[in-house]
Design a binder for this molecule. Structure first.
Ligand code: FAD
Length: 404
């Protein structure tokens, strides 16, 4: 059966919810449908890798509080509904539950985890993106006799390893890279590795998995170095890719995600938002794709307004943001704001209360990462909303900050 929505939102996570909120506030007269292939109403993903193993995973608590108001407003939630094709000429999508005609569409379809063939179809191997993944993973590790290995030393792997360590469990993180979080430079990589090692997490760095071997009552990962890692349960956290395969015949420009302009417009009456978007970010004069919650939320807001404006023949607004993320590991909050290209000079400041790393390119500050040091981080993040000169930041750093 076909139905019609003034604005159709494809996706059921933060970018989708923020788009629905923006449309209902900005143009309450428009009808809105949200189609998501997840069986659940939109919920927060960041807690899925952080909630202590001793606390329960409560879907109702994770569900976005605004969802109730959106439903009351009349937003139609089509859950368990996979959108399978987009026809930009007839303004229609095909879904597993029938066709939907739209006045404008927001594609907030995010990313899907990468699972190399070596791990597919093996028991007790998990990725961590959705509520169902988290529930299955936690059930698997609840048997304390099972060993756990995490592949990938990024944020999701690091956070989950930290929850295991907090529960007194042995866990090994394996990563091909010698330096975890290497894109932030050697100093941050060393700080991050020390954070994990000091809390009892075993790190196998600069080593790749070449096989998964079973014996009678245990399973191990075989590494390229010949070493083995106990791995009855395996979390693969090696990254994600934009969930755009179904859009290939649509005529949208796809590359590293959906290519959009500065207003997040991908084609006539088609906008995109969140992790899936590659767009020119005017704040840094650079084209980027960002995989963080705050960016997805801001994209959702802008794409929602622009989709509503398009239906009403109003002009679009641009989306310029300062990329930001946080991560909680071993009781330490790690936060980053800015945009790095890899050629920055790093100025470090270490104190008992944590570490701060400021990135500069010539006279300009391009980013900051903090391990704790929350108050200073907040000030530096606020400054970064506008192009920021080093001389404005230098007095804020404690004496003894060292340039590397
Ligand atoms: C475990 C975990 C912890 C995280 N922790 C942090 C953190 O601490 N800090 C931080 O900044 N970021 C964190 N992130 C990242 C953050 O959650 C993402 O940046 C954010 O979820 C991206 O939102 P999104 O709406 O763009 O896409 P996604 O969250 O990927 O959602 C995409 C949605 O689209 C739906 N969908 C996809 N394709 C289709 C289709 N064809 N038809 C219908 N529906 C479809 C999916 O079901 C899903 O609902 C974390 C992510 C995870 C998974």
């Amino acid at each position: 059966m076909t139905h019609t929505a003034d604005v159709l939102i494809v996706g059921g996570s933060v970018a989708a919810v923020r788009a629905a909120e923006a449309i209902t506030r900005h143009a309450p007269e428009l009808s809105v449908t949200l189609a998501s292939d997840d069986p659940h109403l939109p919920y927060e993903r960041p807690p899925l890798s952080k909630i202590a193993l001793t606390d329960s995973l409560d879907l109702a608590e994770l569900t976005y509080p605004s969802v109730a108001g959106l439903r009351e407003h009349g937003v139609r939630f089509e859950l368990n509904t996979r959108v399978t094709n987009l026809d930009v000429t007839s303004r229609r999508v095909g879904t597993s539950g029938g066709d939907i005609d739209y006045g404008a569409v927001v594609l907030a379809i995010g990313c899907e985890p990468i699972l190399p063939p070596m791990f597919r179809d093996l028991p007790n191997v998990f990725v961590l993106r959705r509520f169902g993944d988290a529930a299955d993973l936690r059930a698997a590790v609840s048997d304390r006799s099972r060993s756990v290995a995490v592949i990938g030393a990024g944020f999701i792997g690091g956070e989950f390893a930290a929850t295991l360590a907090k529960d007194g469990r042995d866990v090994t993180i394996v990563d091909l890279a010698e330096r975890p979080l290497g894109r932030f430079g050697d100093l941050v990589a060393a700080e991050y590795a020390a954070l994990h090692r000091d809390r009892g997490v075993t790190l196998e760095l600069g080593d790749g998995v070449v096989g998964v071997e079973d014996s009678v009552d245990a399973r191990v990962l075989r590494l390229a170095s010949g070493r083995t890692v106990p791995a009855d349960v395996i979390l693969v956290g090696i990254g994600v890719r934009p969930a755009t395969q179904w859009l290939e015949p649509s005529g949208l420009t796809l590359g590293n995600g959906i290519l959009c302009d500065a207003t997040l417009r991908a084609a006539d009456r088609v906008f995109a938002a969140g992790d899936v978007v590659q767009w020119p970010n005017g704040r840094f004069d650079a084209t980027m794709r960002i995989e963080h919650w705050t960016n997805a939320a801001e994209h959702g807001r802008v794409a929602g307004i622009n989709a509503a404006n398009t239906v009403s023949d109003l002009p679009s607004i641009e989306c310029a943001t300062v990329p930001y993320f946080w991560s909680d590991q071993h009781g330490v909050r790690i936060q980053f704001a800015g945009f790095l290209t890899g050629s920055e000079e790093v100025v470090e400041s270490r104190e008992d209360g944590g570490s701060l790393f400021v990135y500069r390119k010539g006279d300009t500050v391009t980013g900051v990462i903090a391990f704790e040091r929350r108050a200073e981080f907040v000030k530096l993040r606020a400054l970064l909303r506008r192009p920021t000169l080093w001389k404005a930041v230098q007095p804020m750093l404690p004496a003894g900050a060292v340039s590397m």
